[in-house]
Design a protein. Structure first.
Length: 254
């Protein structure tokens, strides 16, 4: 494909994604937000199963039931623990369940449930906070890496540099801290620590997906987003940052 044509496709896709996300944010209706995250979850699950070499359709049934329950239950993250207990019971009873079939409950299910939990407990502004942290961490890592990156960060992702990671974490921390202190009832120390840790974890979310793709022998998690690859390729950092942000907010008493 012509590089210019690929860039145009990439920007068009990004514009559509931004418009959809902005519409959901402006509406700020629980059902619409739940439905939107449900669609993201379905696409992410569709891409994750081949990475785990799972070919059965039952994870879709379990995932759908879990997401419906998440819309009704006040503490959606707890549902993963219940689901894991049910899976372990079925495994012990039938002895024919694939042992690694629990992996989609942890990735991407757990991270997306934390998206929903952040929204339910802290509102749309908490998702904007998450978006700023991860987006700036990604952008900061890319541009810092291109400018001064020399030291390889991990063999899992050879193109990622330590200098880029540090630059990205600084950018994500700065942007996240500014937004949280300006738009949320969070003091500077809590905003700084939460933004810093979430930015760092988002780096490892990206690295984890790279590891899964490398193990599966694929370049992208899917083809649902022209010019960007798959949905998992776009939300990998968020899947690690969201639980971190949620837990740190609870620790800080928010």
């Amino acid at each position: 494909m012509n590089p210019n044509s690929e860039n145009v496709t990439r920007w068009k896709t990004a514009g559509i994604l931004l418009a959809v996300a902005a519409a959901v944010a402006l509406l700020d209706l629980p059902f619409v937000t739940w439905l939107f995250f449900g669609m993201v979850y379905g696409a992410a699950l569709y891409e994750a199963l081949p990475l785990f070499r799972i070919v059965k359709v039952t994870p879709y049934l379990y995932g759908g039931a879990l997401w419906i329950a998440a819309g009704l239950y006040p503490h959606p993250v707890e549902l993963v623990a219940i689901a894991l207990l049910i899976w372990a019971g079925v495994l012990a009873y039938r002895r024919t369940v694939e042992r690694h079939a629990f992996l989609p409950l942890l990735y991407p299910t757990l991270g997306i449930l934390f998206f929903w939990a952040l929204y339910r407990e802290h509102g749309m502004v908490s998702l904007a906070w998450l978006l700023i942290i991860v987006a700036l961490t990604d952008a900061g890592a890319y541009y810092t890496g291109r400018a001064i990156g020399k030291t390889s960060f991990s063999p899992t992702s050879p193109r990622k540099t330590l200098e880029g990671v540090i630059g990205g974490v600084i950018a994500g921390t700065a942007g996240g801290t500014l937004l949280a202190t300006a738009a949320m009832d969070i003091g500077f120390p809590d905003a700084l620590i939460a933004s810093l840790v979430a930015a760092a974890f988002s780096v490892f979310g990206d690295l984890f997906e790279s590891y899964l793709k490398r193990e599966a022998g694929v370049k992208d998690s899917g083809t649902l987003l022209p010019g960007h690859g798959g949905v998992l390729d776009r939300i990998d950092g968020y899947l690690f940052a969201a639980p971190t942000l949620y837990i740190l907010l609870h620790i800080a008493g928010h």
